[in-house]
Design a protein around this ligand. Structure first.
Ligand code: SAM
Length: 223
């Protein structure tokens, strides 16, 4: 019976791959990857030779029917993204839904995702939280920030380094400059850093020291 497995991969530190993830990558009949070069590099590091085909945001819709057919024709198809858990701010959801509609079984292995170490390390409540991913850049951004300004649960955002200062300035405007925030950068990597404080403190820190690398912003909920 055909099965699609979603296999998380490291978000930086290659030691974070699980034994089961390695086994699935070895045993797969086919691996769908966001960027085949990134995945081939990981496979080379693991000493695995496998057939990898492209499944990324630009071809996700167009390639969907064909991908489901490929999954149906295999015993084990694996989907990976460049880093972390597929379908979390990455391609994957459409393929999972299309496979479920054809009664193909889905399995998602637990593994790395940037949002979990960021919230757990923030020191904010993690019993209830919401994951916002990337905020819209233009249309809908203000409306969403306004809606989130009364949110009582901890909120997690993904952001790129060159937009961090602008986004923190928006947070100051909508959530208030005294709201607590935790910015995690380069999680699991050599220059990992988490900066905690009020929005105004963290904003001034990154205004003076423009950040590089990958970023998760965790904002405390409204008291
Ligand atoms: N699927 C991934 C996951 O499970 O976390 C997320 C992919 S999304 C395209 C990439 C974003 O995730 C980055 O812009 C950043 O916000 C966050 N991210 C990924 N790796 C990270 C890391 N090592 N440190 C901090 N943030 C990271």
């Amino acid at each position: 019976m055909a099965k699609l497995a979603l296999v998380p991969t490291p978000i930086g530190n290659l030691e974070d791959i699980t034994l089961r993830a390695i086994r699935y990558l070895k045993e797969a009949d086919i691996i769908f990857a966001e960027d085949t070069r990134v995945t081939q590099k990981l496979l080379k590091h693991l000493g695995i030779q496998q057939k990898v085909i492209s499944f990324h945001a630009h071809n996700e819709h167009r390639f969907l029917e064909k991908s489901v057919q490929i999954v149906e024709d295999s015993e084990l198809a694996v989907l990976v993204s460049d880093a972390g858990t597929p379908a979390i701010s990455d391609p994957g959801f459409l393929l999972v839904r299309a496979c479920l509609q054809k009664n193909i079984s889905i399995e998602c292995l637990p593994g790395p995702s940037a949002l979990i170490p960021a919230i757990v390390g923030s020191g904010f409540p993690c019993d209830k939280f919401i994951f916002e991913g990337f905020l819209p850049h233009k249309k809908g951004r203000q409306t969403r920030l306004k809606e989130l300004s009364t949110e009582e649960r901890t909120i997690i955002f993904y952001e790129s380094p060159h937009k961090l200062v602008k986004t923190l300035a928006h947070f100051s405007e909508y959530f208030g400059e005294e709201r607590a925030v935790s910015v995690s950068r380069e999680l699991t990597k050599l220059f990992e850093e988490t900066k905690r404080g009020t929005i105004s403190e963290v904003l001034s820190y990154y205004t003076n020291k423009p950040p590089k690398g990958e970023i998760v912003i965790v904002v405390a909920g409204k008291k």
